[in-house]
Design a protein around this ligand. Structure first.
Ligand code: GLY
Length: 304
């Protein structure tokens, strides 16, 4: 499963843009399936899918990341392996083309789970990852979005509407979850965060248990939404706990998790979930969520 952000998405009014999102998801899902067909693991598949989403400027991650209060890109990402709960995360990194790949390196080549900011970038250098130039990240849309947010003196959520109090918002983040034929689960999440955010603000995406979680005994989860609400409810782990403690499948655990998110903090956003039997589920409190899935090796489904 993959997702490309939650929200009302009324801002995507023309069919051409909608098709653009859906075609990207379809292509990336096929790519993820191909990796596993060729013997790759769920972990390899989610890393590759998340990296492809980071490479597409329409999504709020990697090169399409939104800008912070200083007009800079600061990105967060995490990856988790359900086989042994190993995990890696990076927060507030700049000039990294694929933060999810750096998160994977934190997991496999350091003794830590999370590295932040300059330390994470120093580690990238140590691992031989070159820095991407500033202009790799700056799209006209993102600059206009920041100017709009500054004019209104507000923090905006990715594709926020210019209308005050409108629900026309897209809480951008990208993510992928997978189960491979061996029954192993993995999850990855990556984001540029929210528009005009404070320097140093970190959202839910790199927080293990909030924006991402995977455990072979239960589920793999990737979240997209207003990070602060997802952190306060530790939503990804909460969904896995529902599955574990109440013997719920992906659909039941997702429903219970989304109800919890709504009732506790009126959380805005959504999740994609695969359980240990390969059942796919999605849930969101926003009007829509861009996501897609291939269940039990069947056909590709994409939703807007
Ligand atoms: N869910 C993305 C963020 O709040 O940063």
């Amino acid at each position: 499963m993959v997702h490309g952000g939650a929200g009302a998405l009324d801002n995507v009014k023309d069919d051409k843009t909608a098709v653009r999102y859906l075609e990207a998801l379809r292509r990336i899902l096929e790519h993820g399936r191909e990796i596993m067909k060729l013997g790759g693991s769920a972990l390899q598949s989610v890393e590759a899918c998340a990296a492809l989403l980071e490479d597409d400027p329409v999504f709020n991650a990697g090169c399409g990341s939104v800008l912070n209060e200083n007009g800079k890109v600061e990105m967060d990402a995490a990856i988790m392996d359900g086989r042994d709960l190993s995990a890696g995360a990076v927060a507030a990194v700049s000039n990294i083309a694929n933060p999810v790949q750096l998160a994977r390196l934190v997991m496999t080549k350091s003794e830590h789970v999370m590295l932040i900011s300059d330390g994470a970038m120093q580690f990238a250098k140590h691992c031989g990852i070159g820095l991407a130039p500033e202009n790799y990240f700056y799209t006209q849309d993102r600059i206009a979005q920041l100017e709009d947010a500054r004019r209104k003196h507000k923090i905006m959520l990715d594709h926020d509407s210019t209308e005050e109090d409108s629900e026309d918002q897209k809480y951008g983040t990208i993510g992928a979850v997978a189960r491979d034929p061996q029954g192993n689960l993995a999850a990855a999440t990556s984001t540029g965060g929210i528009v005009n955010k404070r320097l140093g603000r970190v959202g839910d995406s790199p927080i293990i248990g909030a924006g991402v979680y995977a455990d072979n005994e239960t589920c793999a989860v990737s979240a997209t939404g207003y990070g602060e609400e997802f952190m306060r409810t530790v939503i990804s782990k909460t969904i896995c706990d529902f599955a574990y403690m109440k013997s719920m499948d992906a659909e039941q655990a997702t429903k219970a998790g989304i109800e919890y998110l709504k009732n506790k903090v009126n959380g805005r956003g959504g999740v994609i979930v695969i359980d240990n039997e390969g059942n796919c589920a999605s849930g969101f409190t926003t009007k829509k969520m861009i996501h897609g899935w291939i269940e039990h090796g069947g056909k590709v489904n994409v939703r807007f």
